[in-house]
Ligand binder design. Structure first.
Ligand SMILES: Cc1cc2nc3c(=O)[nH]c(=O)nc-3n(C[C@H](O)[C@H](O)[C@H](O)COP(=O)(O)OP(=O)(O)OC[C@H]3O[C@@H](n4cnc5c(N)ncnc54)[C@H](O)[C@@H]3O)c2cc1C
Length: 408
């Protein structure tokens, strides 16, 4: 295959701008097309951790990420009455940072925007590739030809659909649903996230630097005909799942019915045998979504850097570059995809006994002063539900409001 110079990236979320930055730095000419009018705002917290910290440091954006950090240091489990019944310390290590998704996307975009061409409010309409390039038509812009097209357009990737087929073949519902919304004006302690559980359901409140957010996570089977854009249907599903719920559930459900900015989706994994077909490759959630509660932003950033590096390392051999990218990045993705069931059992225990057991385990670990081993640590939620490293468990005895009550 001929060498690659021009690269069209679909999607300006987390993976897309990171790839644009690294491609420009390696001498490629990236163009990013984003269907939204501008950077889409979701204030839900995401984490930059593990190998993504190295990527961010090499981009020189770590000080900006730190300045935007949420600085939440504890997750506290509460019962129906808001009493603390257990929890975990959320200490970040090795420079890791949790920050609102919007800030991460903005900082990544700013790092790349001078070297990359950005087209907002547009989307790929068709793709037709031959040995030498890809002919692209857009919904609005004039048709163009690129050497390579990368789909970084998220869980419901259109690029993937156009080239690999319908998402029902690749997207697996993990038996859990997630919804997030902002809950302005809620009075929350600045460094503590609260979580209430009922069997198969969780409601978390995150202070998010004065822009508090709520997250619902609940177990449920796949809804035939589910449409991730149908907000009215999402509100109906949420209300049905949480009606009669304790703690602050009624109050937050009222916010749900009033909001026009509800993020709601299936906690899904994306699994494909190949992440590329000829001159079209997939990246981030489009290629390998781990689930909406694990490592999406971290893996999106690292995968982008790996893809750019692989393309630069084998000029003139696109097939080899894409093979290298996939081989290298799959070693990070595969173990994360295996962790999802454990994450679900920690965040949304299915039974009341499961909830009590989780809370007791949290207390025991804390009393024994254990810090979680990074390879065995539980996944810890935020409204964005990403894992973080070195989270230790904090005792319910820290609860000045009355200690464990069991049951929640
Ligand atoms: C608006 C939004 C809100 C989110 N909120 C949450 C949340 O609250 N909790 C959570 O767990 N995860 C959330 N996510 C998902 C999370 O951001 C990703 O899992 C993670 O960042 C992986 O990054 P990514 O770049 O692969 O995908 P994403 O961050 O999903 O980025 C994909 C980008 O592609 C764009 N796009 C989609 N289709 C097209 C198209 N046809 N043409 C051009 N561009 C397209 C999207 O607008 C988006 O900017 C959200 C994603 C989005 C887009």
């Amino acid at each position: 295959m001929t060498s690659v110079k021009t690269v069209l990236i679909s999607g300006a979320g987390v993976a897309g701008p990171t790839l644009a930055y690294w491609l420009a730095r390696h001498g490629f000419r990236p163009t990013v097309v984003e269907q939204a009018q501008g950077l889409r705002s979701s204030g839900s917290p995401v984490d930059v951790r593990g190998p993504a910290v190295g990527v961010a440091e090499a981009m020189g954006i770590m000080p900006m990420l730190r300045a935007a950090a949420t600085d939440v240091t504890a997750l506290t489990f509460v019962d129906d009455n808001g009493r603390r019944v257990g929890g975990m310390r959320l200490g970040q290590t090795r420079g890791e940072v949790e920050l609102p998704r919007f800030d991460l996307a903005t900082i990544l975009h700013e790092a790349a925007h001078e070297e990359a061409e950005y087209i907002f409010a547009d989307s790929i309409a068709t793709l037709a590739q031959d040995d030498a390039g890809v002919d692209v038509t857009f919904e609005r812009a004039a048709p163009r030809r690129f050497d390579l097209v990368v789909g970084a357009d998220g869980l419901h990737s259109r690029t993937r659909r156009l080239v690999f087929g319908d998402e029902s073949r690749f997207v697996r519902h993990m038996g859990v649903w997630i919804a997030t919304l902002s809950v302005d004006g809620l009075d929350l302690a600045p460094h503590e996230m609260l979580m209430h559980n009922a069997p198969g359901r969780a409601l978390a409140l995150h202070p998010n630097r004065g822009n508090p957010g709520a997250a619902f996570i609940f177990r449920g089977p796949w809804e035939p005909g589910f449409n991730h854009r149908d907000t009215a249907e999402h509100k109906r599903l949420l209300t049905a799942a949480y009606s009669g719920g304790g703690w602050r559930t009624p109050e937050i459900l009222q916010r749900v019915s009033a909001t026009d900015d509800l993020y709601f989706d299936s906690v899904s994994q994306v699994r494909l045998d190949r992440w590329s077909a000829g001159r079209v490759a997939l990246l981030g959630d489009a290629a390998s979504c781990v689930s909406l509660f694990g490592d999406g932003s971290t893996l999106a950033m690292v995968g982008a850097a790996t893809l750019a590096e692989s393309l630069a390392a084998t000029p003139g051999n696109l097939a080899e570059a894409l093979r290298r990218y996939e081989q290298t990045h799959r070693t990070l993705v595969a173990p994360k995809q295996r962790n999802v069931a454990r994450a679900a059992s920690l965040l949304v225990p299915a039974t009341r006994i499961g909830i009590t057991t989780r809370n007791v385990a949290a207390r025991l670990l804390s009393l024994r002063g254990l810090r979680t081993d990074p390879s065995t640590r539980p996944t810890v939620p935020s409204p964005r539900f990403e894992e973080s490293t070195q989270r230790s468990v904090v005792s319910a005895d820290d609860d000045r409001a009355g200690g464990a009550s069991g049951g929640q």
